[in-house]
Design a binder for this molecule. Structure first.
Ligand code: SAM
Ligand code: SF4
Ligand code: SF4
Length: 340
C-alpha cells in the first residue's frame, strides 16, 4: 500500500509506517548488551501490571496510528512471550484494517509450545534473536541458564507451524561472539533462515557501550565472504534497515544492520509504543509522549488521531547520524523498556 497522501510527514519529510509495540519490560534473559544483570538484578522493580497498556488500549492506539500511515506492527519487549495471553493481542491486531504486516521479535526460549497458536492468531513474521550456537558463548551473551537448544527448538517449532522465512538477529560484540559469525551464517544456510548481524548499539545507559566493541558490518561481511562467497541484493523497500546479501551458490540470504557505522535515520519511518503507552519517535529518545494518560482521560478517536499526528509532525530525530562517544553517555531510555 502506498502512504496515504493525507498521512503526516515529520519535519525531515518522513512518513510513519512502522510501529514497534513493547508489551512488557520483563525478560527471562539478561543479555549483557540489553539488560545487564548488575542493573536488572533480583531487586529490579519491573512495571506493575496495572501500569501496562491493556490489549484493548494497544489495539486502539494501533488502529488510530494505522489511520496515520502505520502498515507494519512488530510486537517486542522485553520478551513479548512472557506477557500472558499475548496470542490474544496478536488476534486483535491482525484484524486491524491497514496493518498488513504483523511481526514479533522474540528470544524464542518460550516459543516452541505457542508457535502454532501465534500463527493461527494471524502472526506471519518472526524475528528470533540468537547471538551464538555455542552454548557457553550463548550463555555469556544472554546471561541465562537456559541452553541454546531451547531457542533452536523454538525456531524448528516455528518453521513447522508455517513461519517462513524466519529471520535471526545476532548482535555482534567485539571480543565475545565474533567467532560465532560463520557458524551462525552456516546454520542459517542449512535451515533456510535469514541471519542478520547487528552492530552493538549504545541503547540505554547501562550496557557499557564502547565504540571499540562495535564490530563494523564490513568486517562481519568479510568474515562470511571468506567462507561463503556473497553478492549484494537490492533492498526490498525504501527504508529497509538491513543491507541484504545472497550466497552465490544459492544458499539463501544474509544481512547486516549497521546502525552505528552506516546510520539510516534519513529513511526512518518507525515509532515505538512502550509497555505503559508512551510513544517514542526514536530508539534513542530520552522521553516519550504519554498516550496512556490521554486514553485513560477518555479522549475520543478524532482527538487521539489529531494529537498523534501532531507528535509525528513535530519529529526531527536522527540520533544515529549525530552519535558521538558523548551522546552515547547521555540519558536515554533502556531498550527493554522502549521496545527493541
Ligand atoms: N526479547 C526479544 C528479543 O531479544 O528478541 C525482543 C526485545 S529485544 C530488546 C529486540 C532486539 O534488540 C534483539 O534482537 C536484541 O538483540 C536487540 N538489542 C538489544 N540491545 C541491543 C544493543 N545494545 N545493540 C544492538 N541490538 C540490541
Ligand atoms: Fe531480553 Fe531481548 Fe533484551 Fe535479551 S535482547 S535481555 S532477550 S529483551
Ligand atoms: Fe530512527 Fe532514531 Fe534509529 Fe535514527 S536513531 S534510525 S531516527 S530510531
Amino acid at each position: 500500500m502506498t502512504p496515504d497522501s493525507t498521512a503526516p510527514l515529520d519535519r525531515l519529510g518522513r512518513h510513519l509506517r512502522d510501529l514497534r509495540v513493547s508489551v512488557t519490560d520483563r525478560c527471562n534473559f539478561r543479555c549483557t548488551y540489553c539488560m545487564p544483570r548488575e542493573r536488572f538484578g533480583s531487586d529490579h522493580q519491573f512495571l506493575p501490571r496495572a501500569e501496562l497498556l491493556r490489549f484493548e488500549e494497544i489495539a486502539r492506539v494501533v488502529r488510530v496510528l494505522a489511520g496515520l500511515g502505520v502498515r507494519k506492527v512488530r510486537l517486542t519487549g522485553g520478551e513479548p512471550l512472557v506477557r500472558r495471553d499475548v496470542t490474544e493481542l496478536v488476534g486483535m491486531l491482525a484484524d486491524i484494517e491497514g496493518v498488513d504486516d504483523l511481526a514479533m521479535t522474540t528470544n524464542a526460549s518460550l516459543l516452541a509450545p505457542v508457535a502454532g497458536d501465534l500463527y493461527a492468531a494471524g502472526l506471519r513474521r518472526l524475528t528470533i534473536s540468537l547471538d551464538a550456537l555455542d552454548d557457553e558463548i550463548f550463555r555469556a551473551m544472554s546471561d541465562t541458564k537456559i541452553g541454546v537448544r531451547h531457542v533452536l527448538d523454538g525456531i524448528e517449532a516455528a518453521q513447522a507451524a508455517g513461519f517462513a522465512p524466519i529471520k535471526v538477529n545476532a548482535v555482534v560484540r567485539g571480543g565475545v561472539n565474533e567467532g560465532q559469525i560463520v557458524p551462525l551464517a552456516r546454520y542459517g544456510r542449512e535451515h533456510g533462515l535469514i541471519v542478520r548481524f547487528i552492530e552493538f548499539m549504545d541503547v540505554g545507559t547501562t550496557n557499557h557501550w564502547k565504540l571499540n566493541q562495535v564490530v563494523p558490518s564490513r568486517d562481519v561481511l568479510a568474515a562470511i565472504a571468506a567462507e561463503f562467497p556473497i553478492e549484494p541484493l537490492d533492498p526490498n523497500y525504501t527504508g529497509e534497515v538491513a543491507e541484504r546479501w545472497r550466497y552465490r551458490d544459492g544458499g539463501g540470504e544474509v544481512g547486516v544492520i549497521s546502525s552505528v557505522s552506516r546510520p539510516f535515520c534519513r529513511t526512518c519511518t518507525r515509532a515505538r509504543l512502550s509497555a505503559i503507552g508512551e510513544l517514542f519517535t526514536c530508539l534513542f529518545a530520552a522521553a516519550g509522549t504519554d498516550v496512556r494518560a490521554w486514553l485513560r482521560d477518555g479522549i475520543d478517536d478524532t482527538a487521539l488521531h489529531e494529537r498523534l499526528a501532531a507528535v509525528w509532525s513535530g519529529r526531527d530525530d536522527r540520533y544515529s547520524e549525530l552519535r558521538t562517544e558523548e551522546t552515547a553517555r547521555a540519558a536515554k531510555v533502556e531498550m527493554s523498556y522502549i521496545g527493541g
